[in-house]
Design a binder for this molecule. Structure first.
Ligand code: BTN
Length: 252
């Protein structure tokens, strides 16, 4: 699995490009284990074993973007989970660059939706206390069928153009995040684009379905939910379902 070419982009972030690979996140881990420390992008035209959140498969036929940034990261351990919100903001920038006059929202924890349909996935994996594999997949030419959720694609002609915008925007948001020193700005930006903030939704945590009003993000990126009895809970992993709004559950 050798990369067929290697170029530099933006602020000298190297790109290793593969025609086919199992998973760009797995390759980032292998490179890390061989001593690579990044920052370096691993980009593939297709993945044979693309991985999603919660142990799911990420269908990865040619035509879409499959990329992982192997990133040295000096943030404290407790703040590493924040990085996927940083990435979600960069993905949102990609969507707004190429798509006009269509609602683009962020869905907790880190999906970006075009008109309510998912077009990207983010899988951030901690390789060591100071190394992250930040995997980002974007549907460009096609979207998978038979998904649990509505899926769409960006419909830009060039995967490379989408990746260039992603890389530049990610570097910008990473700088703002400043290794977790300014999660407040990230949180504010993320919440301003969030689906159903201040409104009712349900979250399937795998153990239970929790319902409540989405209050916002906690400092570690968990969802703060106000339950019907007014108690607050924080949820660290799960799938959000948006509940149709009625007069009673609208807060804004
Ligand atoms: C999700 O479940 O929404 C996250 C999907 C993440 C997919 C990307 S594609 C590039 C990188 N390599 C992987 O195997 N997964 C991530």
């Amino acid at each position: 699995m050798l990369p067929h070419h290697c170029i530099k982009l933006n602020k000298q972030i190297q790109i290793l490009h593969y025609d086919t690979i199992d998973s760009t996140n797995s390759e980032a881990r292998r490179l890390y284990e061989q001593g690579e420390r990044g920052p370096i992008w691993i980009v593939a035209d297709e993945q044979k074993a693309g991985r999603g959140r919660l142990g799911r498969t990420w269908h990865s036929e040619p035509g879409n973007l499959y990329s992982t940034l192997l990133l040295p990261c000096a943030a404290p351990q407790s703040k590493l989970a924040q990085i996927s919100f940083v990435a979600a903001l960069a993905v949102h920038d990609v969507a707004t660059t190429f798509i006009k006059n269509t609602p683009i929202t962020l869905k907790w924890p880190n999906d970006c939706l075009i008109d309510g349909a998912k077009f990207c996935g983010i899988l951030s994996e901690v390789l060591s206390p100071s190394q992250i594999a930040l995997g980002i997949g974007m549907n460009i030419a096609h979207a998978p069928k038979d998904t649990l959720y509505a899926a769409t694609h960006l419909k830009v002609t060039s995967v490379k153009a989408a990746h260039e915008v992603l890389s530049a925007s990610l570097q910008n948001w990473l700088q703002i995040w400043n290794n977790g020193a300014d999660f407040e700005t990230i949180k504010f930006a993320w919440e301003s684009k969030a689906l159903n903030l201040g409104k009712k939704l349900s979250v399937d945590t795998g153990q239970a379905i929790r319902q409540g009003i989405f209050k916002g993000l906690s400092d570690d990126g968990a969802m703060i939910l106000i339950q019907p009895d007014n108690t607050e809970i924080t949820i660290h992993a799960g799938d959000v379902r948006v509940t149709p709004q009625t007069k009673e559950n609208h807060t804004a």
